[in-house]
Design a binder for this molecule. Sequence first.
Ligand code: GTP
Ligand code: MG
Length: 585
Amino acid sequence: HVDHGKSTVIGRMLADTGSLPEGKLEQIRYECERNAKPFEYAFLIDALKDERAQSITIDSARVFFKSPRRHYIIIDAPGHIEFIKNMVTGASRAEAAVLVIDAKEGVQENSRRHGYLLWMLGIRQIVVVINKMDLVDYDQAVFEAVQAEYAAFLEEIGVQPLCYIPVSGREGDNIAALNGRMAWYDGPTVLSALDSFQKAPQPVEKPFRMPVQDVYKFTMTGDDRRIIAGTVQSGKLDAGDTVVFYPSGKRSTVKQFETFAALTPERVSSGQAASFTMGEQIYVKRGDLACKEGEPRPFVSRKLRGSLFWLGKQPLTPRKEYILKLGTNRVRARIETIHRVIDAAELANTDKDIIEHHDVAEVTFAFNHAIAFDDPALCPDTGRFVLVDNYEIWGGGIVLDVVPDEEAALREGTFEREQRWIRSAVQQSQRVERFSQRPTLILITGKRHTGRKRVASALEARLFGDGRTVYYLGVGSIMYGVSADLKKREFPNDWHEHLRRIAELTHILLDAGLIVIMTAVELTQDDLKVLTTVLDSDRIEAIWVGDEMTTDLKYDLRIESDFEEASAATRIKSLLQEHGVIFSG
Ligand code: GTP
Ligand code: MG
């Protein structure tokens, strides 16, 4: 909590362990004297911060410190509620935490809130320091009362601190050495408690996870290779390994790691930035999660249940859409259900159905499209998220669980298909080059009798005339052929299966390198979700024909009902050029 003495404790520890630059302490004392200001150990932190700030930009004070056992970076977080965002930012980079409570003031709102946030951020090594014991005459009973109160709180959230230490930052008791004023205490000092923290094991033994940061294309003509770049968050990857990218489940092999250095590594492991080329060029984009075949898979869904804290001035509401960032993903997210809202300072369940400034809540998010994520215990980086509104981070949280979405079963099928797909010796990229086109499904939809089929035919004729390899497939043609065993679309389950078959059939045609034009009546966003589960979402262009929008479909282009066939075809063609589907002509 604000003013409980965090900076003082750190300053004192630096001073008592001889960690300060030569003459620093004297200099600050002298400056205080000259300005008739009482000396504060906390000033040491500010002084160091200023020094460092000259060369780098920092948002919260970082202090470098060395004990006989190891080196430390101490992040001095602010205690004021207005700066809780800085506290969270600082804490999210920490491996262990020291919570400071003023013995005289006792447990305050932010003592609890910070405790809760530490738990949420996955920090499990915590020491509680009860400071300003000099103000309570070093009374054991006061120490024990504060300890009991805070222990009861931590127990509720399932946190077990390593120890509670009574100290006086100002007087230097029990910081770097035990001293006689609290003869009743014989536990560790702050310094020895820090040294008892365990270094988190490097997550190399965990499953491989690398959120794709960028995909670079070689620019030389005829070179279709792509470099997949990112930072390995856990596990390791060797040249020759099979990588699986989620949410699509597409796979390829690691051909070679690329580096600017002379030596090309044979392996990359957690913490390293990595770039590699693939054996087979597949379509991968930023936000995809690279995993390794044969290792536990991440969760893939359009929905997840998470625990979050909200720092926005405006309440977090199910009515609004936010940007959720997870790994290298940025996805539009909406709250589907608020399970509970918790007052983090009191740790009480409230009966609110909105999430306000400083609240903590458990919610189910629904995204615009499926993403891959993990249990934070397995991989913290892909198990945590932040919420963005208007380019600012207003909240963050952790994944509690995956929530199956409507496409879950279908997606499983797609993963299996990808795994078992019998690969052609002709690469997709060779087909792209041969046909001068990127295989794409062009969906032409709208109300009945608006001329969808006329648009489709005009487009097919135009593209065919240009030399493109294009095929018009009416949904009706599939209905009475491939799907002849199914009933009509009046039956929702059958429609779903029918769509699945259309999607699988299209998948084959796209794999063969074709541009497929398809017409269907009044496709909805739900229909599109089925298609994008089976096919790459950016292999689909949706076109709505007609003045009236009768479904929730998010289309790429709309053609008014009084269209002229030639100009409709021209407009779609420019769209395809703009989206890089066709390259010339
Ligand atoms: P914020 O960063 O603003 O949240 O505060 P903080 O927790 O870093 O507190 P800081 O170290 O700045 O100390 C706040 C006040 O408490 C200062 O005036 C300190 O001198 C005083 N203080 C800190 N530790 C002790 C202590 O052990 N005993 C007494 N008597 N005063 C202390
Ligand atoms: Mg401070």
